[in-house]
Design a protein around this ligand. Structure first.
Ligand SMILES: [Mg+2]
Ligand SMILES: [Zn+2]
Length: 192
């Protein structure tokens, strides 16, 4: 079985520009690359898990997301990283595009995208982590059975509590998260 780091895209891996699909405006977050390199070298697959309701809302079409994925892959390659997967949810119950304006099982805080990625990549969810900047990411990760990191960078503003909304750890950025989660996993492996 493989293990993975599931990464929220907007506000976590990439500075958040709401509904942006212009590849030119996409950059990797500060304080992320060294951590991602460490995680990949420790054998974790790097997989993006992203809500993209802009499609259901009629802001952009799905093919725009392919250009976004290509740009992120390119940014990863420049840094010596490999992107192992990119899963997105196109739905939103209040969207206007027929067929996409539904209650789905993939929009975070639901766990559908993580479950699909786990099946596709033979991933052990209990040995994997979800990293995100809001508690809906945390809930999706916890529901899937992963451990979870909240990057507390100011993007979560509502702090709605719930049974699945407590992160395993809270960090300032992905580099810090990488160091701390690797320490936790090594202790678990050693049975400490
Ligand atoms: Mg986010
Ligand atoms: Zn969905």
């Amino acid at each position: 079985m493989n293990k993975a780091i599931f990464l929220d895209k907007d506000g976590t891996l990439i500075p958040d520009i709401p509904y942006n699909v212009d590849p030119e405006k996409i950059t990797l977050s500060n304080d992320a690359v060294a951590g991602l390199i460490k995680l990949q070298s420790e054998g974790y697959k790097l997989i993006i898990i992203s809500n993209q309701s802009g499609v259901a809302r009629g802001y952009f079409t799905e093919d725009k997301l392919h250009a976004v994925a290509d740009k992120i892959k390119e940014l990863f390659e420049w840094e010596g990283l490999r992107l192992d997967g990119f899963y997105y949810c196109l739905h939103h119950p209040q969207g206007k595009l027929p067929g996409y304006n539904i209650e789905c099982d993939c929009r975070k805080p639901a766990a559908g995208m993580l479950l699909r990625a786990a099946a596709d990549h033979t991933i052990s969810l209990e040995n994997s982590w979800m990293i995100g900047d809001i508690l809906n990411d945390v809930e999706a990760g916890n529901r899937a059975g992963c451990k979870t990191v909240l990057i507390d960078n100011g993007n979560e503003t509502e702090w709605v509590e719930g049974p699945c909304r407590k992160p395993t750890i809270i960090c300032e950025n992905i580099n810090e998260a990488a160091g701390r989660l690797l320490t936790i996993d090594k202790h678990e492996l050693a049975g400490l």
